[in-house]
Design a protein around this ligand. Structure first.
Ligand code: SF4
Length: 344
């Protein structure tokens, strides 16, 4: 039987073969949706972990099997497990923790189109994700009012009338849960807007389900006239498998800029060793650490918060240990601000 380290190093042998689009769609559907099932796999007791059915009802539980396979059997503090486990602490009301902590709703000139920063606009193209991260800042976002083909048509019309928008960001949810044909079509429509120069895709799927990086995806992302940027979302080096590195290599070779954004999370990555290892591993995989976000204060996530003072100490340790290009920018998103506000 393979050790956990071997599994992390060699995830999913089929990656050595041609990746078929059906693979990731099956894996997406086949995710764990019951916490008890995952805990049984890990040999853990629900009661000892503070598992809460009520929390799982307020924000559904979802974990791809490939991601679960990276968790340490018998470890209740596993940093990957902590990111996905619905616990009773989510039900506590904490002052300052709200449903829309980053002002998404006020930044929508129309549903599904977010315009916060000069020159950039974001399309919410789906509410679906491969994994449900308990700290997600959009866990209460009204996707039902924002997503759909009529809304997307309207958003693209609005972008056509916005000559200052030079970068379009595909977000969600996770845009890579959509099929490649739909994404290729959407990218072609964005590329038809003459003022747009860059296409940015924000996705956690490359990390949680690397088989999603299919030849078709590589084609539509790298063959557009737009300069492509893929921002992945990893919080811990344990998430970054050899399969992740292999999946990204052709994107990098095709000229796609690869960046990472993390969230600073108590009990997950709030130590210098973990953050240093994350930056090093990202670089090994050809990805630059771009942002380290302070937790967005969405309801039910206060147990993940790290104080700004402690965060600055962590950042100082990172600056001592790493070259500058491997130190992410530590920022907080403040509703109404013209840019992500640097905190350290
Ligand atoms: S993948 Fe991104 S959008 Fe989806 S739950 Fe996680 S943080 Fe939220």
């Amino acid at each position: 039987m393979q050790s956990l380290d071997q599994r992390r190093a060699c995830m999913i042998p089929r990656s050595a073969h041609k990746l078929e689009s059906a693979d990731w769609q099956i894996a997406l559907r086949d995710a764990y949706t019951q916490p008890a099932e995952l805990l049984a796999l890990l040999g853990l007791e629900a009661a000892a972990l503070g598992l809460s059915d009520a929390a799982a009802r307020s924000f559904a539980f979802r974990v791809p099997r490939a991601y679960a396979a990276l968790m340490q059997h018998g470890d209740p503090h596993d940093p990957l497990l902590r990111q996905v486990l619905p616990v009773a602490a989510e039900l506590r009301q904490t002052r300052g923790y709200v449903s829309d902590p980053v002002g998404d709703l006020a930044a929508q000139p129309q549903p599904g189109l977010l315009h916060k920063y000069q020159g950039r606009a974001l399309l919410v193209v789906t509410g679906a994700c491969a994994i449900h991260c308990r700290y997600c800042f959009r866990r209460e976002f009204p996707y039902g009012e924002a997503v759909g083909s009529a809304r997307l048509d309207a958003a693209l019309l609005a972008l056509a009338a916005a000559p200052d928008i030079e970068e379009v960001i595909l977000s969600g949810g996770d845009p890579l849960t959509l099929r490649d044909e739909r994404l290729a079509n959407l990218v072609a429509r964005v590329a038809a807007l003459p003022q747009v120069r860059r296409l940015r895709v924000h996705s956690r799927l490359a990390v949680t389900l690397p088989s999603r990086i299919t030849p078709a995806l590589i084609r539509w992302l790298s063959s557009t006239r737009l300069a492509p940027v893929l921002v992945v979302h990893a919080n811990h080096a344990h998430e970054l498998t050899a399969e992740f590195a292999r999946a990204l290599a052709p994107l990098r070779a095709a000229g796609v800029t690869l960046l990472n954004q993390s969230v600073l999370l108590r009990g997950v990555n709030d130590s210098p060793e973990v953050l240093v290892a994350l930056s090093r591993r990202l670089h090994d995989c050809g990805v630059l650490p771009y942002y380290l976000h302070a937790l967005d204060r969405v309801r039910g996530t206060a147990h993940f918060a790290v104080s700004t003072r402690r965060a600055r100490l962590l950042l100082h340790a990172l600056r001592q240990a790493l070259p500058g290009y491997l130190v992410p920018r530590f920022v907080r998103e403040i509703p109404g601000a013209a840019f992500k506000v640097p905190l350290g």
